[in-house]
Design a protein around this ligand. Structure first.
Ligand code: NDP
Ligand code: GDR
Length: 343
């Protein structure tokens, strides 16, 4: 353990992964600095439980306004904080939305990465850098997908992330930075954004069970995904930055599950028949779909000792239980009905 605590800087700290990672690093004794966007409403609900008044002597979590579109702000923050580890988790992360906002997605999910890497260089910060890369890079390339599988992205999101992947690798080679890509397959949790398919399903199950909703409108049920549990994946991110050498790693369960199977398991768990409630709506289809993602996590097991223990069926059940409990406690973080704008 350091005499002074290690400092981590997390972009995307208000998101699903950022909240679990902040929790993990605080538990390990880190001082954690997070980038938050100014919004007209509070957007910190996922990390409120970790926050203490910065005037308190033992405060360990510090939040800074900023945005991945604002390069000079990132330089200032790097110079002020001088972190030991930087985790770039911020992104416009929704694949379907990226078809509607391709330029914005390119700007934050793609160019945001170079702004942050340059900020580190300009501020002379010699930190270890984690880039949130994704199985969406593989896109149309059939499974199983590993660190050596060729990329073929199928969305503006995937194309923006491929830029971030390569620029991270380039900075590692060009400037000898400890900069790595975690190529993470889908990972979910009760904190998952409400418009990603797993959470959309488990929230609907809770609402239908409570008699508050009748129908659930869905897109492509044939898609195959490799769903793991987010709380386990952030441990893998941290381990990548503790390794002796900077290397890229796949994190996945290695186990396939279709959207239809996830639906079935979730509805069954609440004693419901999904066929009575689920209807097709073409608005949830993507112009180009990623049909099948199944990761090969052998390298992470071998070199990091990391392994996913929670697979899709258990994940679906724990998310349904959490959404039912949240609804009963009236603790749903907002009142987002799964209205037509929800993707
Ligand atoms: P979320 O969508 O839950 O969180 C995204 C975060 O990025 C939020 O904190 C959001 O802030 C922030 N953000 C968005 N745009 C900007 C911007 N312009 N400037 C600063 N912050 C911004 O994503 P996840 O937690 O699920 O994923 C984390 C990262 O991992 C993302 O990069 C995602 O693309 C990638 N990834 C995720 C996978 C998954 O299955 N979850 C799999 C593989 C990769 P705000 O709260 O204000 O919106
Ligand atoms: P994905 O996640 O695109 O894999 O990206 P998402 O949960 O949005 O979709 C998974 C699959 O479900 C199908 N689907 C639907 N999806 C949504 N959102 N809503 C629906 O109604 C619906 N019906 C069917 C989709 O077509 C798709 O095949 C996630 C994000 O977290 C990315 O940031 C991350 O990089 C990848 O996972 C790995």
């Amino acid at each position: 353990m350091h005499a002074t605590p290690k400092k981590a800087f997390i972009t995307g700290i208000t998101g699903q992964d950022g909240s679990y990672l902040a929790e993990l690093l605080l538990a390990k004794g880190y001082e954690v600095h997070g980038l938050i966007r100014r919004a007209s409403t509070f957007n910190t609900h996922r990390i409120d439980h970790l926050y203490s008044d910065p005037h308190e002597a033992d405060a360990k979590l510090f939040l800074h306004y900023g945005d991945l579109s604002d390069g000079s702000r990132l330089v200032t923050l790097m110079a002020q904080i001088r972190p030991d580890e930087v985790y770039n988790l911020a992104a416009q992360s929704h694949v379907k939305v990226s078809f509607e906002e391709p330029e914005h997605t390119g700007d934050t999910t793609g160019l945001g990465t170079i702004r942050l890497l340059e900020a580190m260089r300009l501020a002379n910060v010699d930190a270890r850098y984690y880039q949130a890369s994704t199985s969406e890079l593989y896109g149309a390339t059939p499974p199983p997908q590993s660190e050596t599988t060729p990329f073929y992205p199928r969305s503006p999101y995937g194309a923006a992330k491929i830029y971030s992947y390569w620029i991270t690798k380039n900075y590692r080679e060009a400037y000898d930075m400890f900069a790595v890509n975690g190529i993470l397959f889908n990972h979910e949790s009760p904190r998952r954004g409400e418009t990603f398919v797993t959470r959309k399903i488990t929230r609907a199950v809770a609402a239908i069970k409570a008699g508050q909703q009748e129908k659930l409108y869905m897109g492509n049920l044939q898609a195959i995904r490799d769903w793991g549990y987010a709380a386990e994946y952030v441990e893998g991110m941290w381990r990548m930055l503790q390794a002796d050498e900077p290397e890229d790693f796949v994190l996945a369960t290695g186990t396939p599950c279709t959207v239809r199977e996830f639906l079935e398991i979730s509805f069954d768990h609440a004693g419901l028949d999904w066929r009575k409630h689920v209807e097709f709506d073409e608005r949830y289809l993507r112009p180009t779909e990623v049909d099948a993602l199944i990761g090969d996590p052998a390298k992470a097991k071998d070199k990091l000792g990391w392994e996913a223990t929670i697979k899709a069926p258990e994940l679906a059940r724990l998310m349904v239980d959490a959404d039912i409990a949240m609804l009963q406690d009236d603790a749903w973080v907002d009142s987002v009905e799964l209205a037509s704008w929800a993707k």
